[in-house]
Design a protein around this ligand. Structure first.
Ligand SMILES: Nc1ncnc2c1ncn2[C@@H]1O[C@H](COP(=O)(O)OP(=O)(O)O)[C@@H](O)[C@H]1O
Ligand SMILES: Nc1ccn([C@@H]2O[C@H](COP(=O)(O)O)[C@@H](O)[C@H]2O)c(=O)n1
Ligand SMILES: [Mg+2]
Length: 469
């Protein structure tokens, strides 16, 4: 390898980076679909689970409906604790007015746990709807509940069992005055459930009120958020939805590594990814949409540079207090695919110096740095390291190690890429906890050939058009 000229190596670069599968035949991709799907299943994103508790008729369902309505662009499912009411024995059915529907034992909590755990792990479950008239859960055809981004768990005793509470990422208690709850309950039970008002009042004083005091109210302390006035409280619901959106926008890895930034996904961004990941996309379109995405990543990365305050006078003679760009910066591209990001960086930072690093994989010896050309004063600069794909993290570790050896402080390095495999993120973030990584999507993982999946193929070949047969 030592005798091979740099140009030859650049020519034969497909396979240098562990990034994306080679486009050497769709058959290869097809035979791997099953395996990729199983990997995808095992590393699926954890849904955000929200528990909504409160007394009967406090407005739990109403609050859930409001959240679902506001999150209509997300996949949200509502799981009602009512669906896990135990079926009554014939004897209990005969004396149904003596049955305590507000006691924790009235629910099949083991079944509820099983269902929610399955949903959390990305599996669909069948959940029956509870029928308040027949007191049965199995009368109607069970509803197939698919795994979703958000799971709302609603019920009077949903905070009672610690194991169920532990499945929740957020706990909401709907706090509505007892008289309002009673008034609503009377209306609901007499009108919707066709029950006799005396029975409703009897049930309330015998079971509902004592159970509220003994089992429901004591779980209010577990709530992260208490909503007074239930569905009338639009401000509280708006804040909750905002929080859920922030959490959904964050990849689980961002919670582990605070220096990992995944740019906020939009349908435009998803659309661009769809195009560049499609093996059928033409070179022209690939370059066009990759450039758009790269520009977004670069702009986001620049946002992490330090700034100084600056005041200017506007044409109206007013003072505008703004900021001045960081001047001491440079780019470093990892040849060859990283060079695809240089134009976007130049377009954003006029006259920016851009250095280059070439890393090659040789046999089983791992990555080898074989070429570097960096600005002499690089140790005084903030460095934007450019490589569109973070796969195993081996190339990134080589590149970052070189920068550190050149005296660049770890905190001055911002690594920009289009897609990152979790494995690469772990490797880089653990080894260099103070660098920043900015990416536009986190991948499912790596296949057995260490290629990123779902990935987008050999980026350099597709971008520079060297993947033609
Ligand atoms: N803010 C509100 N104003 C008026 N009626 C309401 C309000 N919130 C809920 N309700 C009514 O009260 C009843 C109980 O509300 P619901 O959301 O089903 O409570 P829960 O799920 O806690 O039992 C329903 O008939 C609903 O239409
Ligand atoms: N067969 C049943 C089952 C339950 N209840 C009452 O429903 C209340 C819980 O439902 P929410 O929608 O209000 O959360 C609870 O207070 C039970 O008493 C019932 O009346 N009949
Ligand atoms: Mg309800």
């Amino acid at each position: 390898m030592g005798s091979k000229p740099v140009e030859d190596i650049i020519e034969s670069l497909s396979g240098v980076h562990f990034s994306g599968f080679h486009l050497n035949g769709l058959q290869k991709i097809n035979t791997k679909v099953e395996q990729q799907a199983s990997v995808a299943e095992s590393v699926h994103r954890q849904p955000f689970v929200i528990g909504v508790c409160g007394g009967a008729a406090s407005g739990k369902t109403t609050v859930c409906d409001m959240i679902i309505e506001q999150l209509r662009d997300q996949r949200v499912v509502l799981v009602n604790q009512d669906s896990f009411y135990q079926n009554l024995t014939p004897e209990e059915l005969t004396n149904v007015h003596e049955y305590n529907f507000d006691h924790p034992d009235a629910f099949d909590t083991e079944q509820l746990l099983l269902s929610v755990e399955k949903l959390k792990h990305g599996q669909a479950v069948n959940i029956s709807k509870y029928d308040f008239r027949t007191y049965k859960t199995d009368v109607s055809k069970p509803r197939k509940v698919n795994p979703s981004d958000v799971i709302l768990l609603e019920g009077i005793l949903i905070f009672h069992d610690a194991r169920v509470r532990d499945l929740m990422n957020m706990k909401i208690f709907v706090d509505t005055d007892a008289d309002v709850r009673l008034a609503r309950r009377i209306r609901r039970d007499t009108v919707e459930k066709n029950r006799d008002i005396n029975m409703v009042l009897d049930q309330y004083s015998k079971f509902v009120k004592p159970a509220f005091d003994d089992f429901i109210l004591p779980t209010k302390k577990y709530a992260d958020i208490i909503i007074p006035r239930g569905g009338d409280n639009h401000v509280a619901v708006d804040l909750i939805v905002q929080h859920i959106r922030t959490k959904l926008g964050q990849h689980d890895l961002c919670k582990i590594y605070p220096n990992l930034y995944v740019i906020q996904s939009t349908f435009q961004i998803r659309g661009m990814h769809t195009l560049i990941r499609d093996a059928q996309t033409t070179k022209h379109d690939f370059v066009f949409y990759a450039d758009r995405l790269i520009r977004l990543v670069v702009e986001h990365g620049l946002g992490h540079l330090p700034f100084t305050e600056k005041q200017v006078i506007t044409p109206t003679g007013s003072v505008y207090t703004g900021v001045d760009f960081c001047k001491r910066l440079c780019g470093v591209s990892v040849i060859r695919s990283g060079e695809s990001m240089e134009n976007a960086l130049r377009a954003c930072c006029k006259g920016i110096k851009i250095g280059k690093i070439l890393i090659h994989r040789e046999g089983d010896n791992g990555q080898q740095l074989i070429y570097e050309k960096l600005p002499q004063d690089i140790s005084d600069r903030h460095v934007l390291l450019l490589d569109p794909i973070l796969g195993t993290g081996n190339s990134a570790v080589q590149a970052i190690s070189l920068l550190l050896k050149k005296g660049v402080p770890e905190t001055n390095i911002i690594f920009l890429n289009l897609i990152s495999a979790p494995q690469g993120v772990h490797v880089v973030c653990k080894r260099f906890p103070r660098i920043k990584i900015v990416t536009s999507e986190i991948e499912t993982g790596l296949n057995e050939e260490f290629r990123v999946i779902p990935g987008m193929g050999e980026f350099g070949d597709r971008y520079f058009g060297t993947d033609d047969e």
